[in-house]
Design a protein around this ligand. Structure first.
Ligand code: SF4
Length: 350
């Protein structure tokens, strides 16, 4: 196996650097690990996709990085944003950072917006929170500018309307307007299109990409949908059971996946050209918190599991800028896209 080497990213290029992040929840039986030593870097202007099944820890890791974890969560490791360590910072300091330099967009705009405030007042509130002394007139001008930027028609009429008067796609545009109101440098979008229908999904993703170019934002795209990252991310980190199991440039990841879990995820994307009767799915289910199997957390679902996989959690191995946490990363059979049913044949026998 290729020897483990350090990531080649230049240290001064990273806008956000997460190193060995751990998140656990304290309970009666001690601390249950939900995020296990996760490391990711994001450079200025870059789009990084974070992909994994529900419960893999992808959203939790990002929320904890920004100080939005539950009160009983125990967070360890390091999260450095523009040279400042965020882990251990006072909640008050992190509140100042969020919404100004770092913003988030959540999955369901209807539950994120306040139903009894007009969208104009909600965006103005985000402006007043981070711009002391801003006049109401200046704030209103900025709200109008933002509504135009996110392509909401008739902003002078829409500014006085309530969330229920907007469609799902338009509500997500309002959320995006609010997120970019204070010119953040990093936007974290957590499943931003999951609650929307397919055509609106495409419009929102194109708009995010367009805003990223116009405003020079870095974007973290958290999703369970590899199809979304295929079209919009520069780099992808695949998360399984609370750690990054593979990371690569998006083209490299799809052309030459070096982790059986990533291969399974790619094979699970519905394709018009596949002739098999059944849609492919990865066998089994992700492990429960506090019940991780010994060794590689994926071994009960993996067709390539060896004896070592059942005993030793694989270290991360680098192949240039492509990284994989798999004992067999350099000995997997050639990737045969289009033959998904063969990829994990025999899985579950581990
Ligand atoms: Fe499969 Fe072993 Fe690689 Fe884990 S380490 S993904 S069990 S081959």
């Amino acid at each position: 196996m290729t020897s483990t080497t350090a990531n080649e990213t230049q240290p001064n290029e990273a806008l956000l650097r997460i190193r060995d992040l751990t998140v656990g929840f304290s309970g009666r039986n001690g601390v249950l690990p939900a995020v296990r030593g996760l490391s990711i870097e994001v450079s200025r202007g870059e789009v990084v996709g974070i992909v994994g099944e529900s419960g893999s820890g992808k959203s939790l890791a990002m929320l904890a990085s920004l100080g939005l974890q539950a009160r009983n969560a125990v967070v360890g490791g390091s999260v450095v944003f523009k040279g400042q360590e965020l882990v251990g910072r006072a909640r008050k300091d992190l509140r100042g950072l969020r919404g100004s330099q770092i913003s988030m967009i959540f999955q369901d705009p209807l539950s994120s917006l306040n139903p009894v405030m007009t969208v104009g007042d909600q965006i103005r509130e985000a402006l007043f929170l981070h711009n002391e002394g801003m006049t109401k007139q200046k704030a209103t001008e900025r709200v109008m500018e933002l509504l135009r930027l996110v392509a909401i028609p008739q902003p002078d009429r829409r500014i006085g309307q309530y969330p229920h008067e907007f469609s799902g796609g338009m509500r997500q545009r309002v959320m995006i307007a609010m997120a970019i109101a204070n010119n953040p440098e990093l936007l974290v979008a957590d499943e931003p299109t999951t609650a929307l229908d397919v055509t609106v999904q495409a419009q929102i993703m194109l708009m995010l990409r367009d805003l990223k170019e116009k405003l020079g934002l870095a974007l973290i795209l958290i999703t369970h949908d590899l199809g979304v990252v295929a079209g919009h991310a520069d780099r992808v980190a695949v998360i399984y059971a609370g750690r990054v199991v593979e990371e690569a440039d998006v083209h490299e990841l799809f052309a030459n996946p070096r982790h059986p879990y990533t291969r399974g995820l790619i094979a699970s994307i519905p394709k018009l050209t596949v002739s098999e009767d059944k849609l492919y799915s990865i066998p089994g289910a992700p492990p429960m918190l506090g019940a991780l199997p010994e060794g590689c957390a994926f071994h009960l679902r993996c067709a390539y599991a060896q004896d070592i996989c059942r005993k030793v959690d694989p270290p991360t191995t680098s192949f240039g800028k492509h990284q994989s946490a798999c004992h067999c990363a350099d000995s997997l059979p050639p990737w045969r896209e289009g033959k998904p049913s063969k990829i994990l044949e025999g899985a579950g026998n581990g």
